[in-house]
Design a protein around this ligand. Structure first.
Ligand code: NAD
Length: 431
C-alpha cells in the first residue's frame, strides 16, 4: 500500500521505516526541513535502536522518502497517518494545535484527490477528539463526508522510546478504532504482515485504551515508589517486595522498579490530560491525582537524601549522571533529571552533568549546568553525585571513582545493581 505519515518524530519515523520494511511505499512528512533533508540522505534524526540501519536501507531502496509537502504526500498515498505531537498545555490539558493544523493540511489535500483514502489518527488524543475535532476539520477542508467519501480510524501507538522500531514491528496488540467497517478493513489490510492480535473497536474506545494503558503503567510506578518509601523506613528491600508481588501472574513484575519516578513524553502528559478530561466530564480522578503527586515528590527525593547526608547544598558541587528520562534514548522530555537539577540549583549547588546521549537536549533546558564527556569527569572533585538514569555504563561506577570524591556519596535514583548497603551509595527507596 502507499502510506503517508505526517510527523516524523519518535512515533512517525519508526512507523514509516517499519511499514516500508513490510513492503509498503512510504512518504514521511514533516514541517522541519532539516529533518526531511536528513531522512532523504538516509540519516536518522533521532537516537533509536536499529532505526538508523533500517532507515538507510529503505531510503536507499526507494521505499521511503520524506517531504515537507503534505498535499503531494496525501495525493500519492492511500492511507495517511497523523503522528504529530499532542503536547501538554500549562494547565495539563492536551494541546491539539499541531494535530488540528496537520488535519487541515490533510483535509485540504483530500479535496483534490480521487479515490478512497483513509486518515488514521495515530497521535495520542483524549476520547472524542477524533470524532469531535479532527473529522469536522477533515470534512470542512475537503468538502467530503467521513465514512462515505473517505475513511477514518484511530490507531493508538504503544511503542516505547529506545525500542521504538522493535515495538512498532512486534506489538502486543494493534488497536483499530474504526469510524466504519471499510476504514477498519483497509487499516487491517495494512497490518496484515504483523503477527499481533488486532482489536477493532469504536473510535473513542481506541482513544481511551491508550490513556488507560499509560495511566495504569504510571500507577504501578507510583504505587511501588510509595511502597518503596515505606520500605526505606523499615529497612526492607523494595526490590524483594516487588519480586514477590510480581510473581503473581495477575500483577506481573514489570513497572514495579522503585526509583526517582517516571518522565518522558508520554506518561506525565497522558496522565495529566486524562485527569483534565475527567474533570471536564465531572468524573473524580482521585487515583490519577495521587499518581502524579507521588511522582512529583519522587523526582526530587534524591536531592532530599543528599541534603540529609551532606547538609546544606549551598556552594556544594553535585554531579548528575543520566539526563534522559530513561536509558536508550536522547529524549529528556519531563525527565526527572530536569526537576533534580532545578532543585539543586535552587538550593545553591553547582551542578555538573553527564549523559551518553542526552546532553545536547538537556542543555536547551538547563544551559547553566557544566556538561562533561564522561561520568568519571563528572564525578571528579564533586561533593556528591546522583544517578538519575540507569544507563548500562553506570553499572561500572565503583569504589575507585568514589575514592576520588570529597564526601563519597552517590544517591541512586535508579537501582543500577543489586549490591545493597555499599559504603558511599544510598538508594532512593532502599539502603
Ligand atoms: P515528536 O514531537 O517526536 O514528533 C512530532 C513531529 O511532528 C515533529 O517532527 C514535528 O516537526 C512534526 N510536525 C508537527 N506539526 C506538523 C505538521 N503540521 N505537519 C508535519 N509535521 C508536523 O512526537 P512523538 O513523540 O513522535 O509523538 C507523536 C504522537 O504519538 C504524540 O501524540 C504522542 O503522545 C504519541 N506517542 C508517543 C510515543 C513516544 O514514545 N514518543 C509513544 C506512543 C504514542
Amino acid at each position: 500500500m502507499k502510506v503517508s505519515i505526517i510527523g516524523t518524530g519518535y512515533v512517525g519515523l519508526p512507523a514509516g521505516a517499519g511499514l516500508a520494511s513490510k513492503g509498503h511505499e512510504v512518504t514521511c512528512v514533516d514541517i522541519d526541513e532539516e529533518k526531511v533533508e536528513k531522512i532523504n540522505r538516509g540519516e536518522c534524526p533521532i537516537f533509536e535502536e536499529d532505526l538508523p540501519e533500517l532507515l538507510e536501507q529503505v531510503v536507499s531502496e526507494g521505499r521511503l522518502e520524506a517531504t515537507t509537502d503534505t498535499e503531494e504526500a496525501v495525493k500519492n498515498s492511500d492511507v495517511t497517518f497523523l503522528a504529530v505531537g499532542t503536547p501538554m498545555k500549562e494547565d495539563g490539558s492536551i494541546n491539539l494545535d499541531y494535530i488540528k493544523e496537520a488535519a487541515e493540511d490533510v483535509g485540504n489535500a483530500l479535496k483534490g484527490k480521487d479515490g478512497y483514502h483513509v486518515v488514521v489518527v495515530k497521535s495520542t488524543v483524549v476520547p472524542t477528539t477524533t470524532e469531535e475535532e479532527i473529522i469536522p476539520i477533515l470534512e470542512e477542508e475537503s468538502g467530503k463526508s467521513a465514512g462515505e467519501d473517505f475513511g477514518v480510524c484511530m490507531n493508538p501507538e504503544f511503542l516505547r522510546e529506545g525500542t521504538a522500531l522493535k515495538d512498532f514491528l512486534d506489538p502486543d496488540r494493534i488497536v483499530i478504532g474504526e469510524l466504519d467497517e471499510r476504514s477498519g478493513e483497509t487499516l487491517e489490510k495494512l497490518y496484515r504482515d504483523f503477527e499481533a492480535p488486532i482489536l477493532r473497536t469504536e473510535v473513542k474506545a481506541a482513544e481511551l485504551i491508550k490513556y488507560a494503558s499509560n495511566s495504569l503503567l504510571a500507577t504501578k510506578i507510583s504505587f511501588i515508589n510509595e511502597i518503596g518509601n515505606l520500605c526505606k523506613e523499615l529497612g526492607i528491600d523494595v526490590y524483594e517486595v516487588a519480586d514477590g508481588v510480581g510473581m503473581d501472574h495477575r500483577i506481573k513484575r514489570d513497572f514495579l522498579n522503585a526509583g526517582c519516578g517516571f518522565g518522558g513524553s508520554c506518561f506525565p502528559k497522558d496522565v495529566r490530560a486524562l485527569i483534565k478530561f475527567m474533570e471536564e466530564k465531572e468524573v473524580e480522578p482521585s487515583i490519577l491525582e495521587s499518581v502524579i503527586d507521588v511522582n512529583t515528590d519522587q523526582k526530587t527525593k534524591p536531592v532530599e537524601i543528599l541534603e540529609e547526608k551532606i547538609g546544606d547544598l549551598e556552594g556544594k558541587k553535585v554531579a548528575v549522571l543520566g539526563l534522559a528520562f530513561k536509558p536508550g534514548t536522547d529524549d529528556v522530555r519531563n525527565s526527572p533529571a530536569i526537576d533534580m537539577i532545578q532543585e539543586l540549583k535552587d538550593k545553591g549547588a553547582k551542578v555538573k552533568a553527564y549523559d551518553p546521549e542526552a546532553m545536547e537536549n538537556m542543555e536547551k533546558i538547563h544551559p547553566d549546568v557544566k556538561y562533561v564527556g564522561s561520568y568519571q569527569e563528572a564525578l571528579r572533585g564533586v561533593d556528591a553525585g546522583i544517578i538519575a538514569t540507569d544507563w548500562e555504563e553506570f553499572k561500572d561506577i565503583d569504589k575507585d571513582v568514589l575514592d576520588r570524591m570529597e564526601n563519597e556519596l552517590i544517591v541512586l535514583g535508579r537501582r543500577i545493581w543489586n549490591k545493597q548497603g555499599l559504603n558511599g551509595f544510598k538508594g532512593i527507596a532502599w539502603d
